[in-house]
Write a protein that binds this ligand. Structure first.
Ligand code: NAD
Length: 363
């Protein structure tokens, strides 16, 4: 088992532990933190079937009183209604400010439980146990949480750091392959923004990754955590360097929304968004090295699209770009690649956005 520390100036240190079959270790750490023995586990129906009982048994055998809060699975339940149900259950369980909330699940559960833990009694100790690859390499690192509103995704949320995060790579055994691919897109993005060798490592080891060889997965998750850490540690509140992590996301969000969140999954949209960012960078004359062939090879091997669905309407994409959180009155901010492993922040004036999008769509 290995451990890493993520240090923020504003809040406490988040320790991240990474290993295989680490339930006992998780409970030992909880005991060492001297938190209350009254705790709650927040999970989804799908994850509960696989992983709730072993965790509950270990917690109870070590003296914890545990409330099980099992919510329906899926993005459509990442909303105020589910958050409110969880809050009520925390009240019913008489959770005080020193009672830990343990998030056991994918990015949806990490976001929901993190949000609830941050607002209930103005903050309970939070432990993250991510189970999807996306949550391991992305959602559980950096302290962002959130819920969706009818008007859009992740529109309400807070910055709130867990007091520790434990990643048990052995749970990836049950993760469906499409979900593995969606998580891997974020790891590929980490290579694309900061580490050429990591990008090539993923490209070279796609078969091993798809067969979920655990030592290799651990290596991959370790590298992604390092890269995400390097962007978020100095920018906890997302006001600077952290924006590089948005490579492919501004285009990606616009594509997802243009397809009503049905036609494209987030992971598929971000893969396409990264290809669009390469094209856009070439058109802007800032691309020094075109790595789209390598990126296409990865996406194809993962069964993800490399061309835009014909039915997506350019006007809709444009409209959704104009509603992006990063857009200001001066125009649009994009993260564009300069070369593999290097990105830059690029501003596009409102008057140029349509021709910029035209160039980006020629993937
Ligand atoms: N807070 C952040 O910084 C951040 C970053 C990226 C994404 N997110 C959020 O994360 C969410 C997406 O996360 P996700 O892709 O993990 O989705 P998810 O949580 O819906 O998980 C995807 C599916 O995989 C299942 N699953 C998860 N782990 C499993 C396992 N080990 N075995 C079997 N099935 C398993 C889940 O039950 C679900 O059906 C989005 O809501 C997104 O907004 C947050």
């Amino acid at each position: 088992m290995e451990s890493q520390r993520l240090v923020f100036k504003r809040s406490s240190i988040n320790e991240i532990i990474l290993g295989n079959d680490i339930v006992k270790e998780i409970v030992s750490r909880l005991l060492r933190f001297r938190a209350s023995r009254n705790c709650a586990v927040v999970t989804s129906e799908t994850i509960a079937k696989w992983y709730l009982q072993p965790l509950l048994s270990e917690l109870r055998s070590r003296g914890f009183a545990v409330s099980e809060i099992v919510v329906p699975d899926g993005e459509k339940h990442k909303n105020f209604e589910t958050a409110s149900t969880i809050l009520s259950k925390l009240c019913d369980a008489k959770m005080d400010r020193d009672c830990p909330v343990i998030a056991l699940g994918g990015g949806v559960i990490c976001d929901l439980a993190g949000f609830v833990a941050s607002i209930y009694k103005r903050g309970l100790p939070l432990v993250m146990l991510p189970t999807s690859l996306l949550a391991m390499v992305d959602a559980c690192i950096g302290g962002k949480n959130g819920i969706n509103l009818a008007q859009g995704k992740n529109l309400a949320g807070t910055f709130y750091q867990p007091f520790f995060t434990a990643i048990d790579v052995s749970v990836l055994r049950t993760l469906p392959l499409n979900q593995l691919a969606y998580g891997l897109v974020e790891a590929v993005k980490h290579g694309a923004i900061a580490d050429t060798a990591y990008f090539r490592f993923i490209l070279k080891n796609l078969n091993e990754i798809k067969s979920k060889q655990l030592p290799l997965m651990q290596r991959l998750i370790r590298r992604s955590i390092h890269i995400k850490k390097s962007f978020v540690a100095g920018d906890e509140l997302d006001q600077g360097n952290r924006s590089h992590l948005n490579l492919g996301h501004t285009f990606g969000h616009a594509l997802e929304a243009a397809g009503n969140y049905i036609r494209l999954h987030h992971g598929e949209a971000v893969g396409l968004g990264m290809l669009m960012a390469i094209k856009a960078a070439a058109a802007e004359g800032i691309l020094e090295d075109d790595y789209s062939q390598g990126l296409k090879a990865i996406l194809t091997e993962l069964g993800l699209p490399t061309s835009l669905p014909a039915e997506l309407d350019k006007k809709e994409i444009l409209l959704n770009l104009s509603q992006d959180k990063k857009k200001s009155h001066n125009g649009y901010q994009f993260i564009l690649p300069k070369a593999l492993g290097r990105t830059t922040i690029h501003q596009i004036g409102c008057e140029k956005i349509e021709s910029f999008l035209d160039s980006a769509m020629k993937i």
